[in-house]
Design a protein. Structure first.
Length: 567
């Protein structure tokens, strides 16, 4: 229960810290991206406005005299009408004013009409005009006509319906405005398809099946034309017509132009924040980018071109922000999980090390307490001259217990030295068979006394520290002697890059096999009645880890095998 609570608290703290960091970074990035996007939108509008201004200049200069006066204003307006799709890209609204701030032309959401303006020989010259459907047709009729204009039926083969041609049969031209007599709708059928199934060409027959009449009676002297076509390419600029109309009115208002010129003289884009992330841009530009100083009138230009655009920075930044927020969130979650798991594992290791330290301390105190008690008792007897005939017995046992304590302390110091980073390991070629023979020979008297049979099979030469690896074999061997009954068997085998020390006797409980490598840990009560210090296997573990040799212990049918693998 305590571990679960600790894990939950640890995970919660790490996730909370990383979440706070994530939010701070993401909010900062979002603010930065939006501010940069605002600058980008201003630069895009400037480039686009310069393109429009060049087009306006080219149109005006074709119809101006030496005094910079327009010679045919109707043709100028019709020329502007022909370029209407250019002026309304990305929701832009544009207006052209004369030098005295009279509105000459402005963008709108009218229908664009193309027709043959005149013919010279076999060459036809196309003219353009604008038709305001609200002046001549009902809302229902307009909706029906727009349904035909923007119809996009699915075409699967030649002969399928591909759309409609909306044509004007008879109309009058008033400057750039078209006054229709009647409009007919004709079906078009696919004639040619490309490899992807896209319609390349369509055709149809003119019929009078669908007709819309304007009921206009011509009472003036307006030029009349027979045929024209409604073009479906007019860009109304924005799906939000109310906002777009509001922007259009601002661009058309000459008072806004005068006020803007007083603020910036057309040198920079004026912006107004509509709400948190919506901006409205307004930029007036003089004809030929030239401003004259005119007496009593201040700044002057022959014509003024004004562009306006509403920009929603949220819509512009949303794809990037969504990608960055989601990808970074996933990254932070993965990092939080990894960090939390690693921190919890570190916490468990520290807790385990603390537990082991306490156990080692307690075990060391216990192992030293017994000989100290014996020494104290014998010393007290010597001091009080009790049983003087046993003086030599007391001195012998005092010295024996001192030696045992000294051995424990020296092995503890040796273990600490092995686990530190200061120990220098000297690698040399070492014959394992030779070292094993030395160990067997060293403990032959003990084995003979306990009637223990020994054997050695195999050989290998390894790169290792001779003294350290010899200590491992020595510890394995003495551990086998200490934990087996009289008349047992110890066998050392060297093969397949593995050294194994087998001893007959009792098994080690499986749940204790990992613990026996810790200081003062013993595998079983039946294996603990020894005179050892409880540090031999812990020292062996440290030496083998220094050499990066895998090691372990396992139960066999009638005994235990300690092993390590060498390179």
């Amino acid at each position: 229960m305590k571990k679960t609570k600790t894990k939950r608290v640890l995970y919660l703290r790490i996730f909370s810290s990383l979440l706070a960091t994530y939010l701070v970074l993401m909010i900062g990035f979002s603010v930065f991206l939006i501010s940069q996007q605002k600058k980008v939108e201003e630069m895009k509008l400037k480039a686009y406005a310069l393109q429009i201004n060049n087009n306006v200049e080219n149109t005006l200069k074709d119809y101006m005299d030496n005094n910079n006066q327009i010679t045919d204003i109707s043709k100028v307006k019709r020329e502007f009408a022909g370029n209407l799709p250019l002026y309304t890209l990305e929701g832009t609204e544009m207006a052209v004013f004369t030098g005295d701030y009279q509105l000459l032309f402005n963008t709108n959401d009218y229908w664009r009409i193309s027709y043959t303006e005149h013919k010279v020989g076999n060459k036809y010259y196309t003219g353009y005009g604008l038709l305001n459907p609200k002046d001549w047709f009902s809302d229902k009729e307009i909706k029906e006509l727009e349904g035909y204009l923007f119809a996009a039926p699915k075409v699967e083969k030649v002969g399928d319906l591909s759309g409609y041609s909306v044509d004007i049969q008879g109309f009058w031209v008033d400057n750039e405005m078209i006054i229709p007599d009647k409009i007919t709708v004709n079906a078009l059928y696919a004639q040619t398809l490309d490899e992807k199934g896209t319609v390349i060409s369509s055709s149809g027959k003119h019929t009078n099946d669908i007709i819309y009449l304007s009921n206009y009676k011509n009472t003036g002297d307006l030029p009349h034309f027979e045929n024209g076509t409604v073009l479906p390419d007019n860009n109304n600029g924005n799906a939000n017509h109310e906002k777009q109309n509001e922007l259009r009115q601002i661009v058309m208002d000459p008072s806004n132009l005068k006020e803007a010129l007083q603020q910036s003289m057309g040198a920079e884009i004026l912006s107004q924040r509509m709400n948190l992330l919506n901006y409205r841009y307004y930029w007036p530009q003089p004809y030929q980018s030239t401003i004259y100083a005119k007496a009593n009138q201040g700044s002057y230009s022959h014509f003024w071109m004004v562009v306006g655009r509403d920009v929603n920075l949220w819509e512009q930044c949303l794809p990037t922000l969504a990608f960055v927020w989601i990808s970074c969130l996933l990254t932070f979650i993965i990092a939080a999980l990894l960090l939390s798991r690693q921190t919890y594992n570190t916490y468990k290791k520290r807790e385990e090390l603390e537990r082991q330290r306490k156990e080692v301390t307690n075990a060391l105190a216990h192992d030293l307490k017994t000989p100290l008690s014996i020494i104290s008792g014998y010393a007290q007897n010597l001091h009080e001259n009790i049983h003087t005939e046993k003086r030599e017995h007391y001195v012998t046992h005092i010295q024996s217990n001192i030696d045992r304590m000294d051995k424990i302390i020296r092995q503890m110091l040796g273990l600490s030295r092995l686990e530190s980073d200061s120990l220098e390991v000297k690698f040399d070629k070492v014959s394992l068979k030779e070292m094993c023979n030395e160990v067997i020979l060293r403990y032959k008297p003990v084995c003979d006394k306990k009637s223990i049979t020994t054997c050695l099979e195999g050989d290998a030469v390894v790169m290792a520290d001779r003294s350290l690896i010899g200590r491992v074999i020595d510890n394995f061997f003495i551990n086998a002697i200490d934990h087996m009954p009289e008349g047992g068997k110890i066998c050392i085998g060297i093969s397949d890059n593995t050294l194994e020390v087998y001893n007959s006797g009792s098994h080690i409980p499986e749940e204790k096999i990992k613990e026996i490598w810790l200081p003062f840990k013993k595998g079983d009560i039946s294996r603990s009645n020894t005179k050892g210090t409880g540090l031999g296997l812990a020292i062996s573990r440290s030496i083998l880890e220094l050499h990066k040799f895998p090691y372990g212990a396992k139960n066999s049918e009638d005994g235990v095998i300690f092993w390590f693998k060498f390179k």
